[in-house]
Design a binder for this molecule. Structure first.
Ligand code: NDP
Ligand code: PYC
Length: 347
């Protein structure tokens, strides 16, 4: 028997919705969450693909997350939309709020969306791509749970705090980067831990503050490390502040405390900024775009790749051939379904 299961993207989406619905999530939330999970698996971002169903269902079963609260939107200023997720997962809030954010950025040149009180599990590039598709440059960021030691320290204070940026490229895939400000996402260390694989030195330290390649020692009692030493540590701190106290929401330390040992997804806020090049430039959009392209060409011309290039290639493959999910993970996920659903034969 093959150790992977091939699934069409519709199957990934359908399975995700069924699992989330069985765990009490409303249809609107389940579909919004499933869209993000399917996008992660499709683009071969395994730490934030179908694996996340294990974490979202654990959260649904073990925390006070709302399964059905509808986001409440507030038009706060001409350039600011606020979305209160009401302690549900964030994707539905983003979907609803982003339409208003786009309208505002097109009117004001630069606009922000603040999402508050959201449980968060997802990669940020699916959100950034919505904004680049609308012709906007964009930045998104959020804290998570404290699990990362600051540069020079050994105690977890910072979250894995992702930051994502997108630049629209008319007629081409956008330029998008999206990474944790820790050396790697926690999800990646969890995947190594599940498969008993060592992690590279530099990802984390053990409970004694010593460098280790043991994923379990980092996750349980140790701490992750920021990428790039003091620079990643400072960038991560900026995210704590801008997507925490600045927007009236929790830091990663607060979020972990709020979790109170339940092991649920982090609960905090998110900051998204959208910028319209048509309004911020000096009326020479075609020239500005050409200058940006010249920069990208200078990368590509020397054999360097752009961030997201791997992802877009993976997307093309997955759309044509479906995705390969490790059989053990597939079975763990189908076991989350009750009765006859879970005993369906694997494809
Ligand atoms: P990586 O360290 O793999 O970095 C990902 C980014 O770097 C991607 O944009 C990737 O493009 C780009 N990249 C990787 N290698 C290269 C290269 N050689 N040249 C150019 N660009 C490159 O990912 P992380 O583990 O840091 O993060 C993974 C995901 O986890 C992110 O999507 C992030 O949003 C998510 N995350 C979410 C959190 C949350 O709180 N919700 C917390 C932490 C992380 P490509 O994809 O094409 O390889
Ligand atoms: O992988 O670090 C991570 C993460 C935290 C919250 C969602 N993903």
């Amino acid at each position: 028997m093959a150790d992977t299961v091939c699934l069409a993207l519709d199957d990934v989406f359908g399975l995700s919705v069924r699992v989330l619905r069985e765990h009490g999530m409303s249809l609107a939330h389940a579909e919004a969450v499933a869209r993000v999970i399917t996008a992660g698996e499709r683009d071969e971002c395994y730490s934030h693909g179908i694996y996340r169903l294990l974490i979202t269902t654990h959260t649904l079963s073990n925390s006070s997350i709302s399964r059905d609260a509808l986001p409440v939107m507030r038009d706060r200023t001409p350039a600011l939309v606020g979305v209160d997720a009401q302690f549900a997962y964030s994707p539905l809030s983003f979907e609803m709020g982003s339409e208003v954010l786009i309208e505002k950025a097109r009117k004001t040149g630069i606009a922000a969306m603040v999402i508050n009180n959201c449980y968060h599990f997802s990669a940020l590039w699916p959100e950034i791509e919505v904004l680049t598709a609308a012709g906007l440059a964009a930045i998104a960021m959020n804290p998570s749970h404290a699990g990362v030691a600051p540069a020079g320290g050994t105690q977890a204070v910072l979250g894995t705090n992702p930051i994502a940026f997108g630049w629209p490229r008319p007629g081409k895939d956008p330029y998008v980067f999206d990474f944790a400000t820790s050396a790697v996402a926690r999800g990646e260390i969890e995947l190594h831990n599940r498969s008993g694989k060592a992690v590279p030195f530099g990802w984390g330290i053990d409970a004694l503050g010593q460098p280790t390649s043991n994923a379990n020692s980092i996750l349980n009692g140790g701490a992750m490390l920021a990428f790039g030493g003091h620079k990643g540590s400072a960038l991560s701190t900026m995210i704590e502040l801008l997507a925490g106290p600045l927007i009236g929401d929790l830091t990663s330390l607060d979020s972990l405390e709020y979790d109170d040992g339940q092991g649920a997804s982090p609960c905090h806020g998110e900051l998204v900024i959208a910028m319209d090049p048509l309004l911020l430039g000096q009326g020479q959009y075609a020239n500005d775009t050409a200058r940006a392209e010249r920069l990208f060409d200078a990368f590509l011309g020397q054999g360097a790749r752009l961030p997201s290039q791997r992802r877009f290639a993976a997307r093309k493959r997955s759309l044509e051939h479906g995705v390969q999910v490790p059989r053990a993970l597939y079975e763990e996920i189908t076991n989350l379904l009750s009765g006859s659903e879970s005993t369906r034969r694997a494809p």
